[in-house]
Design a binder for this molecule. Structure first.
Ligand SMILES: [Zn+2]
Length: 459
């Protein structure tokens, strides 16, 4: 007590760092019971690193999204810290979701929701050159499926939440963490199931989820830029089916289903560039200083995109080389900017193909949830926390080219942000859903402190 310097900065139960206004130590006694200890960061970091390794070693692959073991690990961690997490079984094959809540100062306010997912996508094990579920630490990185998407971020969120409680810091509103079981297959038994069946236990004012990142090269070369995701693109998945006449490969015919399909794909994918400016993309451009980097991530952020993802044709298994099939199919994964009408986009494709022998069928329900405002106190808190660690960085709202669970909450008008407070290079970001997925240890640990700073802010 005697060693407390006068007018020192401290945490009070109101959650915000402020300079103590009292002149002497004795006068500060009023505040004393409200003091919050700083976390023991070296100990916290050691534990978080080991926890992430344990978490990655649980192969919670989707399908089938059996997340019993992953949920048990996270539940145990939370219970050890004095929380009361609840599990929700949403499917017959071990699909399990988890909710935990830290009460805030003003219980009448809707909570901040920390959203993450237990499941990971499958691996092409032989392309890894290592066990994808060993979570080894090598070259300053943790290697393994889910290290980046998104067990690393989930451990950051949870560790920050636990340390807030341990430090006795009461956040301005409740904080709820939801871990879902099947983000990697559109969230039917995860976020959608929780929203449909237990929305009263969530009902958030804000959402923090995956998406966004910091990078010195991803957005523009040579400048540290953090993008906080405020919106995402819509997924429009299409199947093109061509019908022709079967025949002998020795005698070419005009209505060969394969050539009809090839022609249709070429026309379908020849979409004109989007013409309507997207305000968040314009803002990104201003923030990076006018010039974007040239890479697949940025290119996909700037326009509607189409990827030819599957082709199916042939008769017999293995398909015969000397048989012309009567049908051929392809799927195209279209990702549309916010504000683009998916029905119109699809009918334009049909009009470009303009061939009665080709059908265009929709395989997904695109969601245009719009863009969350970057003008909220929570966005300001994220900006402040990032700049504390990286004073020269540019912080901007951004659009991400992929879909995440938060879209199910943004569509309800809830400000939802993809907040990944780590500096990553383009090659590391590209390992999500790919081989050699990894997360830099230093950035993983720094992300915990940044999340901690955000959670103890006013929002
Ligand atoms: Zn993810």
């Amino acid at each position: 007590m005697r060693n407390i310097p006068r007018r020192r900065r401290h945490e009070c139960r109101r959650g915000t760092p402020r300079a103590c206004a009292t002149k002497t130590v004795m006068m500060c006694l009023l505040c004393f019971p409200l003091f919050a200890a700083e976390p023991d960061w070296p100990g916290v970091e050691k534990h978080a690193l080991e926890l992430l390794q344990k978490y990655v070693r649980i192969a919670s692959v989707n399908p089938p999204a059996n997340t019993v073991e992953a949920a048990a690990l996270i539940k145990g961690e939370l219970e050890a810290a004095g929380f009361t997490p609840k599990l929700y079984s949403s499917g017959p094959d071990g699909q399990t979701n988890l909710i935990v809540r830290l009460p805030g100062r003003d219980r009448s306010k809707k909570p901040l929701l920390l959203l993450n997912h237990f499941d990971v996508v499958p691996v092409d094990a032989k392309a890894w050159g290592m066990d994808p579920f060993a979570a080894i630490i090598k070259d300053g990185q943790i290697w393994g499926r889910g290290a980046l998407d998104m067990k690393g971020l989930a451990v950051e969120q949870m560790t920050a939440l636990i340390e807030l409680k341990r430090a006795g810091i009461v956040p301005p509103r409740d904080i709820v963490m939801l871990s879902t079981c099947d983000e990697e297959s559109n969230g039917k038994l995860g976020i959608q199931w929780m929203v449909n069946n237990h929305f009263d236990e969530l009902d958030p004012a804000y959402v923090l989820d995956e998406g966004g990142a910091g990078s010195r090269e991803l957005f523009t070369p040579g400048k540290l830029v953090f993008g906080i995701a405020v919106g995402q693109k819509q997924s429009l998945w299409l199947r093109l089916s061509a019908k022709g006449t079967a025949g002998h490969g020795s005698q070419p015919i005009a209505d060969n289903a394969n050539t009809i399909l090839m022609d249709a794909i070429r026309k379908a994918m020849n979409a004109p560039p989007a013409t309507k400016p997207v305000p968040v993309v314009e803002e990104m451009k201003r923030a990076v200083g006018g010039t974007f980097a040239n890479n697949k991530f940025i290119n996909a952020t700037l326009d509607n995109t189409m990827s030819l993802t599957t082709l199916q044709s042939g008769v017999g298994s293995p398909a015969k080389v000397n048989v012309i099939p009567s049908t051929a199919e392809a799927t195209i994964d279209c990702r549309l900017l916010p504000g683009v009408n998916a029905d119109e986009f699809q009918s334009d494709i049909k009009a470009r193909i303009n061939d009665p022998r080709v059908t265009v069928e929709r395989l997904s329900e695109p969601v245009d949830a719009g863009v969350s405002s970057a003008g909220t106190p929570l966005f300001a808190a994220m900006r402040t926390a990032l700049l504390k660690e990286h004073p020269t960085a540019v912080v901007m709202p951004m659009l991400v080219p992929y879909g995440t669970d938060e879209v199910r909450l943004r569509i309800r008008g809830i400000p939802s942000y993809g907040f990944m407070p780590m500096v990553l290079d383009t090659a590391t970001i590209a390992t999500m859903h790919s081989d050699q997925e990894r997360i830099p240890v230093v950035e993983f640990l720094r992300g915990i402190r940044i999340y901690f700073d955000v959670l103890r802010s006013d929002y």
